[in-house]
Design a binder for this molecule. Structure first.
Ligand code: NOJ
Length: 554
C-alpha cells in the first residue's frame, strides 16, 4: 500500500524513532498565550518550539486540546476532530505540526478511547431514547448491579461506575467521572468510528497517540473489567489498520497496571509500541527517600522482557497525581508519610505534587532523579516546567495545582500571557519558594549553573550514545545498598552508571572484573578514571551524586 502524503510537512520515515526519543509533555493551555486572553494556544506554542528544541527534546506529547466542557481538563472530549476554540483552530494546529516537524520534533497527541464527554453528540444522541440508533455506542443497564467487581478509580468523587440518566431512564457505565460515559467497544460501529478519528489526525501528520485508559475498553461480568482479551483485540484491530497505512506512527498505552499485565499491551509486537512503566515511578521516589536501591532493583527484576520494537515510557511526574495504585499497602503508607506533609497534597490514590516540591527543592535530589530518568531503560518523558524546577499549588482543586502557567519570566503573569494576571485560566504559583520571580526560564537561561542549563547538558550527554535508549541493563550488587549501579550495553558499547541514593557521601566497591583493562571515562566532563583491574573497583560518590562512565578498552 502506498503511503499517503500527510497534509503537513512530515519527518523522514524512521520506524523506531520513539525508542530514541526524549519526550516533552505539555498542555497547550498552560504553555504560552499568544493573544492575551489568559489561555495558552497553538500560536503561542509555536513561538516556544525553539525553547523545546534547545532543551534537547525530540518529541512533544500534547494533553487533550479538543472541544470539551473541560470538567476533566479535556479528557472529556466533545468533538474528536476539532480544536478547542480557546486554543486556536485546525489551521493553527496544522501550522504547529509543520513547525514542530521543521525542528525535527515528533508530535504525540491524546486519544481518549475509553469514554467521551456527556456533551459529545454521540452521547447526546444515544440518550435521546432507548431505541435511538446511537444507543448502543455506550453501555446501558436497567440496574446499577452489573460489573460489581470493577473498582472505582476516582475514589474521591465517584461512588459507583454507573450513573442514572433521567432522560432515557437507564443507567450508563463510566470508569472515570460520571460525565464521562464509556464507549461500547462490543459495537463494531464504535471501533470503526475511533479508527476514523485516528485517520483524521494521522492524515494530518501526527506521529503517535497516547491511548488514554486502555485497560477499561471492554466490560465482562465476573471480571474486574481490566485487561480483558476483548480489550486487547480492539487494540490489535487498531494497530493492524495503523500498520497497513501508516507504518512509522506509534501507540503509547496508558495502562496503570503491574508490568506483567502491561506486557500484554505489547503483545507480540503487534499491539502498542510503547507503554508507561507506572510501578517504577513511585519506587524511584521510595528508593531516594529510603536511601536504598531495593525498590528500584525489585521492580526492574519483575519487569519482563518486551518485544524488540517495543519500548517503556518512563517518567517522574506528569499532569496527574503521583499515583500509588501500583504499590503495596505498606509502601503506600510509607509514600504518604514521606511525601505528604499536608493532607491537601493527597488526591484519590496518590499525591498531587510536582517534582521540585516533592524533593523539597533540593537541587541534588532533583538532579539524581533526572539522572535515573535518563539512564534507566525506556524513553524518558519530561513534564513541562520540571526542567526549571517549577512548584505547585495544592489548593487549586483536583489536579490543577500541577497544571499552572509555564513560568517564562518573573512578571505578574510569569511571562505566560500579556493579559492581566486575574484573567489567566489559572493563577501562577505564588508561594515564596517557587513564584515566577524565583523560578523562571528567563533567569535560568542566563546562568550555566541553573537547573535548566544542567538539564540541557544531561540530555546532550544521554544523546551521546544509544546505549541508554536501546541497550540492555544489568544491575551490579555491591555490598553498599545505598548505591544503585548498573551496566548498560549495546553492541560493543558499555556504560556504567553509579548512583548514590544517600544524603551523605558513600564509598562503593564494584566487581568489574569482566571489564578488566577498560578505562572508565566520565561522560559529562570526559575525565579519565583509573583502569579497571582484578581488584574491586573503589569509587567514592558524594551526597546524591551519580556518574555515567563509558568503559573503553584501549
Ligand atoms: C488518565 C488521564 O491521565 C487523566 O488525567 C484523566 O483524568 C483520566 N485518564 C480520565 O480520562
Amino acid at each position: 500500500m502506498e503511503k499517503p502524503t500527510p497534509e503537513t510537512a512530515a519527518l523522514p520515515v524512521e520506524p523506531l524513532w520513539y525508542k530514541d526519543a526524549i519526550i516533552y509533555q505539555l498542555h497547550v493551555r498552560s504553555f504560552y498565550d499568544s493573544n492575551a486572553d489568559g489561555v495558552g494556544d497553538f500560536r503561542g506554542l509555536v513561538q516556544k518550539l525553539d525553547y523545546i528544541q534547545e532543551l534537547g527534546a525530540t518529541a512533544l506529547w500534547l494533553l487533550p486540546f479538543y472541544p470539551s466542557p473541560l470538567r476533566d481538563d479535556g479528557y472529556d472530549i466533545a468533538d474528536y476532530t476539532n480544536v478547542n476554540p480557546a486554543y486556536g483552530t485546525l489551521d493553527d494546529f496544522k501550522t504547529f505540526l509543520t513547525e514542530a516537524h521543521r525542528r525535527k520534533l515528533r508530535v504525540i497527541t491524546e486519544l481518549v478511547l475509553n469514554h467521551t464527554s456527556d456533551q459529545h453528540s454521540w452521547f447526546r444522541e444515544a440518550r435521546r431514547s432507548q431505541n435511538d440508533p446511537r444507543r448502543h455506542w455506550y453501555v446501558w443497564s436497567d440496574t446499577d448491579e452489573e460489573y460489581r467487581d470493577a473498582r472505582i478509580i476516582f475514589t474521591d468523587t465517584e461512588m459507583s461506575n454507573w450513573a442514572w440518566d433521567p432522560v432515557s431512564k437507564q443507567y450508563y457505565w463510566h470508569r472515570f467521572f460520571s460525565h464521562q460515559p464509556d464507549l461500547n467497544y462490543d459495537n463494531s460501529e464504535v471501533r470503526e468510528a475511533v479508527w476514523e478519528v485516528m485517520k483524521f489526525w494521522l492524515e494530518m501528520g501526527v506521529d503517535g497517540f497516547r491511548l488514554d485508559a486502555v485497560p477499561y475498553l471492554v466490560e465482562r461480568e465476573g471480571t474486574n473489567c481490566e485487561n480483558l482479551p476483548e480489550t486487547h483485540a480492539v487494540l490489535q484491530f487498531l494497530r493492524q489498520r495503523l500498520d497497513e497505512h501508516y507504518p512509522d506512527r506509534m501507540f503509547l498505552a496508558e495502562a496503570n497496571q503491574w508490568p506483567s499485565d502491561v506486557l500484554a499491551y505489547f503483545s507480540n509486537g503487534d499491539e502498542c509500541h510503547m507503554a508507561f512503566h507506572f510501578p517504577l515511578m513511585p519506587r524511584i521516589f521510595m528508593a531516594v527517600k529510603l536511601e536504598d536501591r531495593k525498590p528500584i532493583v525489585e521492580i526492574q527484576e519483575h519487569t519482563p522482557a518486551i518485544p524488540d520494537a517495543c519500548q517503556w515510557a518512563i517518567f517522574l511526574r506528569n499532569h496527574d497525581e503521583l499515583t500509588l495504585e501500583m504499590v503495596t499497602d505498606e509502601e503506600r503508607d510509607y509514600m504518604y508519610d514521606a511525601y505528604t506533609t499536608d493532607p491537601a497534597m493527597r488526591l484519590n490514590v496518590g499525591i498531587r505534587r510536582r517534582l521540585a516540591p516533592l524533593l523539597d527543592g533540593d537541587r541534588k535530589r532533583i538532579e539524581l532523579m533526572n539522572g535515573l530518568l535518563m539512564s534507566l531503560p525506556g524513553t524518558p518523558i519530561i513534564y513541562y516546567g520540571d526542567e526549571i524546577g517549577m512548584g505547585d499549588n495544592i489548593f487549586l482543586g483536583d489536579r490543577n495545582g500541577v497544571r499552572t502557567p509555564m513560568q517564562w519570566t518573573g512578571g505578574w503573569t510569569a511571562g505566560f500571557s500579556r493579559s492581566d494576571p486575574e484573567r489567566l485560566y489559572s493563577p501562577p504559583v505564588s508561594n515564596e519558594l517557587y513564584n515566577p520571580k524565583i523560578v523562571n526560564v528567563d533567569s535560568q537561561s542566563r546562568s550555566e549553573h541553573s537547573l535548566l542549563a544542567w538539564t540541557k547538558r544531561l540530555i546532550r550527554t544521554r544523546k551521546l550514545s544509544r546505549v541508554f535508549s536501546r541497550g540492555k541493563m544489568e544491575f551490579l550488587s555491591p555490598a553498599n545498598h545505598r548505591v544503585l549501579a548498573y551496566v548498560r550495553t549495546l553492541g560493543n558499547e558499555t556504560v556504567l552508571v553509579v548512583n548514590n541514593l544517600a544524603s551523605c557521601a558513600q564509598a562503593v566497591e564494584l566487581d568489574l572484573r569482566r571489564f578488566k583493562g577498560a578505562i572508565p571515562t566520565e561522560m559529562s566532563g570526559g575525565s579519565v578514571f583509573p583502569r579497571i583491574g582484578e581488584l574491586p573497583y573503589l569509587l567514592t560518590v558524594g551526597s546524591y551524586q551519580f556518574y555515567w562512565f563509558r568503559l573503553r578498552r584501549l
